[in-house]
Design a protein around this ligand. Structure first.
Ligand SMILES: *Cc1c(COP(=O)(O)O)cnc(C)c1O
Length: 387
């Protein structure tokens, strides 16, 4: 295993990968550096975001919710993007970069299937071969997303072994990339993994924060606080990126507390350690074994977190909170009833924290990232009798 000093956020991040992957990482870093400075590439990304993804997404003033909660709540409507969540921003960006690098084949892993669907859509749009690794148990639980990916032209590989979930799918995707380094790009879905992924994914997601900052100027120079849920941390980093330079804007990340004994609140309950190529906070036991996580929100159910969030936590620039299943579900129902918007259960964690902060500090103006739409969650929530 090799660590370099590239891509650190304070002590966090880095590049803890097998020697066999090192040249891939260096080539990807160089390609991304080059593409960021290329006006033609930036224009291609912008055009695709406008016409395929449906950007800019609205910054919506939730007036009835604001009246009920005692402040001003603005929702950044990533739920209105093509495929229904912010993940498409990154999928499109990386797929365009892969194509620019001359790669014809994309591998990805997916847990609940949202990242797989976004990646399959981006690959279909660009005529790239798409292989999605997914735990066999997750395939059974997320049948509609498996069918969506197939219709979008992807090959879905159900992964047996381990707990038949996201962990084994990540292992299989990495194994594939090691075996096919020249033809293949590994399209990671959040601000996790070795350098340059955390930086690159943040840059592909910063369109959320850049738009929101610009859109908010119609209301006031700045919001008091911005709030986003944190799984791996990509929708939060995308939103934060637009406001991080402005010290007057509070940054709040919201982790999933789950219910009962298991949690997915990595920054609140974890300790630093290395997982999937980067040093970051990690849910682990005393021996360093990764703990099982739980949340009603599959997209937040990950034992690690992006290294930049670890840095922002320790530096105090951002604060991280825990919202459990029940509180998130209550916010989910309130948004449905008061605004006619069905949010993703992941995003509902951020909403629930907005409610909490407004109860303490009436009149605050906050932007909540509505990272996705909730239609995907309904069958599961109904089956469990939660809604
Ligand atoms: C995947 C997902 C998340 C969590 O991922 P981040 O990388 O933390 O943003 C949040 N909301 C929705 C709707 C998702 O699909």
């Amino acid at each position: 295993m090799t660590a370099t000093h590239a891509g650190r956020f304070g002590v966090f991040g880095g590049r803890y990968v097998p020697e066999t992957l090192m040249s891939n990482m260096i080539a990807l870093e160089a390609a991304f550096d080059d593409a960021r400075r290329d006006a033609a590439f930036q224009a291609e990304v912008a055009t695709t975001l406008a016409h395929f993804v449906g950007r800019p997404t609205p910054l919506y003033h939730a007036q009835r919710l604001s009246a009920a909660w005692g402040g001003q709540v603005y929702l950044k409507r990533e739920d209105l993007t093509h495929t229904g969540a912010h993940k498409i921003n990154n999928a499109v960006g990386q797929a365009l970069l892969a194509k620019r690098m001359g790669k014809r084949r994309i591998v990805a892993e997916t847990g609940a299937g949202q990242h797989g669907v976004a990646t399959a859509a981006a690959c279909a749009r660009l005529g790239l071969e798409c292989i999605v690794y997914m735990g066999a148990l997750d395939c059974e639980r997320q049948r509609p997303n498996v069918e969506r990916m197939r219709l979008l032209g992807a090959t879905v590989h159900p992964c047996e072994g381990g707990s038949r979930n996201l962990k084994i799918a990540i292992n299989e995707a990495i194994r594939d990339w090691i075996a096919n380094p020249d033809s293949t790009h590994y399209l990671i879905g959040s601000v996790v993994g070795p350098h340059p992924y955390p930086l690159m994914v943040r840059e592909f997601q910063r369109v959320i924060g850049d738009e929101a900052r610009q859109q908010f100027t119609r209301v006031a120079p700045r919001p008091d606080a911005v709030i986003a849920c944190v799984g791996g941390g990509s929708n939060a980093m995308g939103l934060f990126a637009g406001f991080i330079e402005d010290a007057a804007v509070e940054l709040h990340g919201v982790e999933a507390g789950g219910s009962g004994d298991a949690t997915a609140a990595t920054l609140n309950h974890g300790r630093p350690g290395v997982l999937h190529g980067a040093l970051s906070y990690l849910l682990q036991d005393a021996e360093g074994q990764i703990l099982n996580t739980h949340s009603v929100a599959a997209g937040l159910d990950y034992p690690g977190v992006g290294p930049e969030h670890s840095f922002l936590k320790d530096s105090g620039r951002a604060r991280y909170h825990v919202v459990g299943d029940q509180e998130a579900l209550a916010a989910f129902k309130e948004l449905c009833a008061l605004e006619g918007i069905l949010p993703a259960i992941e995003s509902s964690h951020a909403l629930a924290f907005a409610r909490r902060i407004l109860a303490d500090r009436q009149g605050l103006r906050v932007i909540v990232n509505l990272s996705g739409r909730g239609d995907k969650d309904l069958p599961g929530l109904l089956a469990k009798g939660l809604v």
